[in-house]
Design a protein around this ligand. Sequence first.
Ligand SMILES: Cc1cc2nc3c(=O)[nH]c(=O)nc-3n(C[C@H](O)[C@H](O)[C@H](O)COP(=O)(O)O)c2cc1C
Length: 220
Amino acid sequence: MDIFEAMRARHSVRQYKAEPIGQDVADKLREEIAKCNAEGGLHLQLALNEPKAMNCLLAKYGSFKNAVNYIAMVAPKDGCEEKVGYYGERLVLLARQLGLGTCWVAGSYKKVPEALDIAEGEKIHMIITVGYGENEGKPHRSKSPEDVSNISEASPEWFKKGVEFALLAPTAINQQKFRFELDGDKVKATHGMGPYAKTDLGIAKLHFELGAGKENFVFE
Ligand SMILES: Cc1cc2nc3c(=O)[nH]c(=O)nc-3n(C[C@H](O)[C@H](O)[C@H](O)COP(=O)(O)O)c2cc1C
């Protein structure tokens, strides 16, 4: 599955099989986690077979099942929200390519710091559950390209693709409060008001960049 197929096939998966994540799959995830941490100055970590985070009432209301593996988005406390989204989504898409389901979880989980390595000045921003899905999830309701960008018929193909793939990105409560404005070969990406809107923007920017092709533009 290439990265475009992964963006199309990714939907939040909340019910997992009681099947441990294989060693080689875990190794590949950890390898990419190390790259994201080095590039982004983050401290993301894979927690395997850690049932406590998703064994709270909130998670049960959210109909999670067998959610015992997750990527903990550990990072410096301040100024990292967008990066958490951008790099976390890189891991989400790799997980999809490796045959795993995922779900970003910012609200309905419990922090389990004893299962993680959290340095001074860092915190757990949120988690991404991972595992072999009992289902593939389903496509979300989506805003239109016109709702989230200054797209027109005259827009270059790469911009249209960027917006198309950004609309496939997961966002908190499916709010899609991001906006892409094309100005020459510059793209201005902004977010509106809403919970975790900065992290959503990081996620949407990764999708946009993959769809549009990095060589075609720069973010302003
Ligand atoms: C930053 C962020 C936080 C989220 N937090 C939660 C959460 O606490 N609980 C939950 O069940 N889903 C959560 N989600 C998943 C969203 O509800 C989901 O991505 C959205 O409805 C779009 O659906 P899709 O991922 O299937 O495309 C979160 C998603 C994002 C991006």
